[in-house]
Design a protein around this ligand. Structure first.
Ligand SMILES: Nc1ncnc2c1ncn2[C@@H]1O[C@H](COP(=O)(O)OP(=O)(O)OP(=O)(O)O)[C@@H](O)[C@H]1O
Ligand code: SF4
Ligand SMILES: [Mg+2]
Length: 340
């Protein structure tokens, strides 16, 4: 299994925020939240891609764009038609939320909720829907009698299994899990993470896993995209990212995780200072107000997410899928490729 199934190119998403009465009277413009800025990323068939970054950096907005819940303001999100194999786009990716309870209808039994998804997408003749519901419950290790029960009768971990079963009911190519275990007890988290791993292998799914938890990223993912204020600032194979984080923000993030072995933790300070408002991202490199090694250039010139100079075909993500890419004027590869 190889090749990209989805290419995100130059995607931006802005939200118009609220303006106070005084600002409105003074004729001040509506504030604009820069949730995503020029994000380019290719997602490979069958991979587990982690997306990490502080709260508010745009992870959920990116997830929502990937599943079509948001339309980007700029850029494109394109599926590989061969990978889609005739599936409609809206069914190709399905989301698993942090709190599946919020998205489960409390008045529908679990069986009816799953049957509804199968029926809406016309994935089985009516006579086979019951068997498909049993199969879905079995895939997420819930007992068959779960079909007759209501969401409130289940524990948090079981509800997450129901959320996953509902996503699988649409027979997607890709699951996008947005903090799917952060609301669960630690012991239950491990079970759900293992379920994702098992399903991915069994169903050859592509998995995008959004989390704050770098230990989970290390355990579960093959590749990681690190986001900061709406931008991807570093992308690398998980092993490479943990062994050799190149962006000062990533270095700070890893520093802040006490359980990541000392030997693999980068030198230098953890991140200090407040996250700037996405209403007014700093000019130049958005990380410069917090960056311990910023130079004058960082305040005015935005560093691009450059491909690895060692990779063939420098210009595009697609041509360098294994590249360790980083958006920093001072990162080793940027220094190697920047014009003199
Ligand atoms: N529908 C919306 N309307 C207005 N602003 C929004 C909307 N959705 C997100 N935002 C803003 O966009 C920015 C990015 O939000 P997003 O939810 O994508 O971040 P996140 O990385 O998922 O954060 P968290 O880790 O807290 O879930 C935030 O400033 C958020 O307030
Ligand atoms: S571009 Fe400059 S401010 Fe941004 S991360 Fe690199 S060194 Fe720090
Ligand atoms: Mg979020």
């Amino acid at each position: 299994m190889s090749g990209d199934i989805l290419s995100v190119a130059g995607v931006s998403k802005h939200f118009v925020g609220r303006r106070g009465v005084l600002d409105a009277l003074r004729g001040r413009p509506m504030p604009v939240v820069h949730a995503l800025e020029d994000v380019s990323l290719a997602i490979r068939r069958g991979e587990t891609l982690g997306i990490v970054g502080e709260s508010g950096c745009g992870k959920s907005t990116l997830a929502r764009c990937l599943v079509g819940l948001h339309q980007p303001d700029a850029g494109s999100i394109a599926w590989d038609p061969a990978a889609l194999g005739g599936r409609p786009r809206f069914r190709a990716s399905q989301m698993v939320f942090q709190d599946p309870f919020g998205s489960l209808n409390p008045r529908l039994t679990v069986g009816s909720a799953l049957a509804e998804v199968v029926g809406v997408h016309r994935l089985r003749p009516k006579s086979e829907i019951g068997a498909r519901v049993r199969e879905l419950l079995e895939q997420v290790h819930l007992p068959a009698d779960a079909a007759q029960r209501y969401p409130h009768e289940f524990s948090g971990g079981q509800r997450q299994r129901i959320g996953i079963a509902r996503a699988l009911a649409a027979e997607p190519l890709m699951l996008i899990a947005d903090e799917p275990v952060s609301a669960l007890d630690v012991s239950v988290q491990a079970q759900i993470v293992n379920l994702f791993l098992e399903l991915q292998e069994r169903l050859a799914l592509t998995l995008v896993f959004i989390t704050h938890d770098l230990r989970l990223v290390r355990h579960l993912t093959e590749r990681v995209a690190v986001m900061y204020l709406g931008r991807v600032v570093e992308v690398a194979e998980t092993q490479a990212l943990f062994a050799d984080p190149r962006h000062p923000y990533t270095q700070g993030l890893l520093k802040a995780v006490p359980t990541i072995a000392q030997a693999t933790r980068p030198a230098g300070p953890a991140i200090t200072g407040e996250l700037p408002s996405p209403l007014a991202p700093p000019p130049g490199c958005a990380f410069h107000p917090r960056c311990p090694i910023a130079v004058a250039r960082c305040r005015t010139e935005r560093p691009a997410l450059l491909p690895d100079p060692a990779a063939p075909g420098l210009a595009r993500e697609r041509s360098a899928p294994d590249a360790h890419r980083v958006a920093c004027h001072l990162a080793p590869q940027a220094a190697a490729t920047a014009p003199a």
